[in-house]
Structure formats: structure tokens, C-alpha cells
Design a binder for this molecule. Sequence first.
Ligand code: HEM
Length: 458
Amino acid sequence: MTQATSRTPDPAASASARPLPAVAREHRGWPVIGRSLEYARDPVGLFEKQWAAYGPVSPLRILGDPWVMLLGPDACATALTNPDKAFVNGPAWSYLVGPFFDRGLMLLDGEEHHVHRRIMQQAFTRPRLEGYAAAMHAPIARGLDAWRPGPGFPAYPALKELTLDVAAEIFMGGAESTDRAEMARVNAAFIDCVQSAAALVRRDLPGTRWRKGLRGREVVERFLRDYLPSRRARESDDLFSQLCHVESEEGERFSDDDVVNHMVFLMMAAHDTSTITLSTILELLGKHPAWRERCRAESLALGEAPTLAELDSLVSLDLVMKECLRLRAPVPVVVRRTVKETVVEGVRVPADRYVIVAPQFSHLMPSLWSDPTAFDPERFSPERREDRSHRFAWEPFGGGVHKCLGLFFAGAEVKAVMHQLLRRFDWSVDPAYVAPMNNHSLPFPADGQPVDLVHRTA
Ligand code: HEM
């Protein structure tokens, strides 16, 4: 069993470290874009090639820049725990997600990040999560009422709409002075922000996705600013109002700009990630009826609107969720930038490099998991705990100071949706089906994830 170490780099280690190898001719990829399309086509295939050719620390070219890829739990641990403060988030994530999620928590660094995280944590305490969980059931039920089951039901877009409705309720507390058409416009603007992060042309030029994203951010920002005074005036249970009112133990609070920036980022951080997790669960439970029945039996034993503690008691669903996050991590890679030279796994990583940290690769390493590509939720059971093979074997929520702040929120939302789905519907997916994944941004099934869905009572 290997363990992540928290190394403090010493000058002797740096002197004895190997230089980062040059990119071999056969790994240069296409002119200008380098290997970005290869990543989009098959990220795991690219990780495997890099690992085979160079090991845990490898060079690659993406969109004209030299990048470094970190693979395996030890290399990922070094970047995420960041013992010598060589890695920063802001410049790396803003390169990828552009100005659309400017000053979101994940894009802040150092002391500023620390202060903002300390304040935001207050919006994710256990009592607050209990409130959010209680408020989820009604919008989930309303959303599922509108589902029209049938063969080949496109689960992904339906789940996406459902999680947007849940977010409108939990994040916004509803949007009392916005009609449905206006809300649809805001949702579309928000989706433009998310999609433009993957644009190849990254300039504000007419007709580009980038420009659409910039306009989208303006629409979302205006929408939030319109509601800000009412959320400041009265404390309510939604996340928006909470961000207006939370205070760290040291008495720090968010300014109006902070609240807007954090809201835009949180909507992005929460939305696609939960939707992807749900659609993977639907696919894999659809292929594995015994697990579907096991999860359903636990949900039928509870009422329609379980508390957070009751959602926690859905142990089979918890195992399934963990296994789905392992097999298809909604955030397969995170990015960093080096601000000084550092050493990772005995290799010198130069300053001013973009770095890809790839938890998804660790999730599939045969040295950490038995039969890693098989769907086997029991591997997370107390008797087996394969995720303990290494502290960073399973890291769908990242690690270190930027570890996902919404992981318990995400768990509650995913379980609350699955709970109602299992009680109302049955579904199946052909075991031979392979989801055609689109990896240009976060991974999602390009065919809409068809499942054969029926009402359970039918
Ligand atoms: C299954 C769902 C989710 C997954 C897989 C996920 C994954 C991640 C990952 C990998 C990071 C670390 C990024 C980095 O190290 O650069 C992160 C950060 C973050 N996530 Fe999540 N996330 C999920 C859901 C959510 C939800 C529902 C929320 C909020 C309600 C949320 C809020 C955040 C925030 C605020 C950060 C930034 C933390 C910081 O920089 O201090 N996430 N998430």
C-alpha cells in the first residue's frame, strides 16, 4: 500500500531531480492545437499513452503552449496538497474557463482564497445542508411529474432540466419577479458561459462562442444584481441569501460583487457535475438490475421526502454513486500553473507551466483497484474499501485546500433525485451500450443517454 506524502522540497532533491523530458516527435499532435482534440476524443487513451511514454510527469503541447501532465496518485497528491506553494489555481482555471467564472472560489489563491473559503463554508454547514435537502424534494417531484417515459427516453437533457429547476429553488429561493420566458433566457445565457469555456477561438470576435459567453455572463450578472437587494434585506434559506448573510468566525462577510461572482461560479460548479453523476448512475443501474432493485428496496423503505440523515442511510445508493464517480469522474482533470520550479516524483517541473492533474487516471489504475473498468460498487464497502489503497486513489472532488466545498450538497442532491426516480420509475439500458462521450468541456453523453423508461405502477 502506498501513501501520499506531504513532502517539503529540499534543495538536494531538486539538484538530483531529472529534467522534464522534451515532447517526443510522435507526441507533438496537430500544429497549434497540439493534443487538445486527442483529449476531447479519448482522455483516458491520452493519459495511458502519456503514462506509458513518460510515467507520472509528462510534457505535452496544447493550444500552442507547453503543458505538464501529472498522472497517478502520488503526482496528483503533490499538486493538490501543494507543499511548497509552487502551484496556483487562478491563472490556470481562468485560461480554461475564461472570464466567465471570474473570481469564483476555485479561481482564488493564497490568503484571499483562504478568507473567502472560510466565509463560504458557513453556507455549507450540516444544519444548512439539512435545509437545502428538505427544500429539494418539491422541485424534484414537480420536475419528474413532467417526464414522459418511453423507449429511448433521453435521460441526460431531462436530468439537466431537472437539476436547473432544483438549483433555481435551492440557490435562488425561486425567482419571484421573473417569468418563465425570462428564466429560460437566463438559463440559456448561463449555458453559453459554460460552453464558451471550451471554445477554440478565445477572443471577443463576432459570431464566436467566446462572445456569446461574455454576453451570457452579463445577462446572468444583471439577473443576480436585480435580486441582490431583496436577498440582502431578508435572510432566507436559499444559497443566494445565505451568501449575503454568512459571516466567518472572524466576522468577515462578502461584498455585493463577491456574492455575484460566487453565485455565478457555484451555479456552474454545481450544475453539470451533478447532472453527469446522475446520468452515469441511470446508465449503470439500467445495465445492472440487481443493484437497481437493491437501491430501490432501500428507497421504498423510506418516505417520499427523506431528511438528510435518511438520505445518508441509503447505503447501496451511496456505493453506486461512489463507483459512478470513479468510473466517470464529472471533473476528470483539474488544472494548475506553476509559479516557481518544483519537483514532482523526481522530475523538475519548470516555473510558468500549465499543469493538468488527472484524478480520472488514478481511478482506473490496476495497481489501485481490482478489475478497474468493471462496475463493482461493493469495492467501496467497509469490508473491501479499495479506495483506501492510496489517500488519492479516489479523488472525484479533488483534494487539498481547493477540495470541493459542495461535495455533501452534491451527494444530497444526487441521492434525493435518485430516491424519487427509483420509487416512481423502472428503466433498463442494453448492457452492450457504450455512451458516446463528449469531452470538449466536462464529459457528457452526446446521444442524450437514452434509457427505456416506464412508470413503476404501469
Ligand atoms: C458530483 C458533483 C461534483 C463534483 C464531481 C465536483 C468536483 C469538484 C472538484 C474536482 C473541485 C476541485 C477543483 C480544483 O482543485 O481546482 C471542486 C471545487 C469546488 N466545488 Fe465541486 N464538484 C461537484 C459538485 C459541487 C456542488 C454541488 C457545489 C456547490 C453547491 C460545488 C462547489 C465547489 C466549489 C465552491 C469549489 C471550489 C473550492 C475551492 O476552490 O476552495 N461543487 N469541485
